[in-house]
Ligand binder design. Structure first.
Ligand code: PMP
Length: 376
């Protein structure tokens, strides 16, 4: 078939299945419930202005103009890594261009010929791509079923040098959380087990200092590779890993999405440092966000729809793709911008609306949201 005919046919198939994606423009005049700006920092003009007011010197630069191994290891990058390692109490930290870079590159850099990956069934696409690129053996455990992970470890762990268990602290589509105490307890029984935890949706939102769920649960010392992203609650861009110094050195030498890309601009790194320093004082925002999450999840359950959310991400699963599209349109006409999430992002038959709450939401808007949901 002709190249462009095939592309058009694929698009037509997506359209028929109500799965065709288009790039939506940013909503104007609607309450945004689809961003990952969980702490509402993007809308915090005072915070932003106080950042600009103290910005000087190299931190004002808008580009790093080269990769980290050339001239991109700017003072801001080094300072941010030092501050991240200090905050987490780890030996080292390394910053990346994005969470996608981090998750596609870390595993390939550290995996050996006898590494087994044990991954939660619902981990983010970036980690799945990372597993594919690493090319090592892997096996999936049922979503959030650490009992199943244990069975697989009992069966397979002894055949490998190490097992890398990859999961998320807060799952991006269901808003449910991993039992990190149970997860880290597995290490006592499997000495060759390493833990890779993606805290993309936990950072900023959980923990006394906003460092994520591992901080909240007091298990930071048991996580070998903790990945946090900076483009969500921290309202910046990029990602980081906190880990041992030798692991960081391997990444600097071997991780392709770290080596072969331009470093983040100093101005972004400076903003990340600014927000990171302010995070511990944002406990009130975190508490309010979590309380809204609980109330919204209860409202979904009150409609008779199961909801596993234990965070600021609350899905309302409606099932068919067209039902999700229609529900999103109803919320839109009520003034709320919430997007339908459809396969392949979520499993077939579980299309949903995904409410992504933010601390910037007013009590009045939140109350109205509950009313609209109830009326659906
Ligand atoms: N991990 C998870 C769990 C995510 O949800 C995302 C982004 N949606 C990423 C990683 C990728 O992060 P980034 O947007 O910084 O590339």
């Amino acid at each position: 078939m002709h190249f462009y005919d095939r592309l058009r046919e694929t698009l037509e198939g997506l359209r028929r299945g109500a799965c065709l994606r288009a790039l939506p423009s940013t909503p104007k005049g609607l309450v945004n419930l689809s961003s990952n700006d969980y702490l509402g920092l993007l809308e915090d003009e005072a915070l932003r202005e106080s950042f600009y007011a103290q910005l000087h010197g190299e931190a004002r630069l808008l580009s790093a103009a080269s990769s980290r191994l050339l001239t991109g290891s700017t003072e801001e990058a080094r300072l941010l890594e030092t501050e991240l390692a200090r905050a987490y109490g780890t030996e080292a930290a390394l910053v990346f261009g994005s969470g996608y870079h981090a998750n596609t590159g870390i595993l390939q850099a550290v995996a050996g010929p006898k590494t087994l990956v044990l991954a939660d069934k619902l981990i983010h696409a970036s980690m799945i791509d990372g597993i594919r690129l690493a090319g090592c053996d892997y096996v999936r455990f049922r979503h959030n079923d650490l009992g199943h992970a244990r069975v697989l470890l009992e069966r397979r762990a002894a055949d490998y040098d190490e097992v890398m268990l990859m999961t998320e602290s807060v799952f991006s589509m269901d808003g449910d959380r991993t039992d990190l105490k149970a997860l880290t307890a597995l290490k006592a029984d499997f000495p060759n087990l390493l833990l890779y935890l993606d805290e993309a949706h936990g950072v900023g939102v959980f923990g006394p200092n906003g460092l994520g769920c591992a901080e909240a649960e007091g298990v930071l010392g048991d996580i070998d590779i903790l990945v946090g992203t900076l483009g969500k609650a921290l309202s910046s861009t990029g990602a980081y890993v906190v880990c041992r110094a030798d692991l960081r050195d391997i990444l600097v030498n071997r991780m392709r999405p770290f080596i072969f890309t331009t470093a983040l601009p100093p101005v972004n790194l400076a903003w990340t440092r600014f927000v990171l320093a302010a995070l511990p004082a944002m406990a009130a925002r975190r508490e309010r966000l979590q309380s809204m999450g609980r109330r919204l999840a209860d409202a979904v359950r009150a409609k008779g729809v199961p909801c596993a959310s234990a965070s600021q991400i609350v899905p309302w699963t409606v099932g068919p793709n067209d039902a999700a599209v229609a529900a999103a349109a109803a919320f839109r006409s009520a003034g709320f911008y919430v997007l339908p999430i459809r396969p392949p992002t979520v499993p077939e038959g579980t299309a949903r609306l995904r409410f992504s709450l933010t601390a910037a939401l007013t009590e009045a808007d939140f109350g109205r949201l509950l009313e609209v949901l109830e009326a659906q």
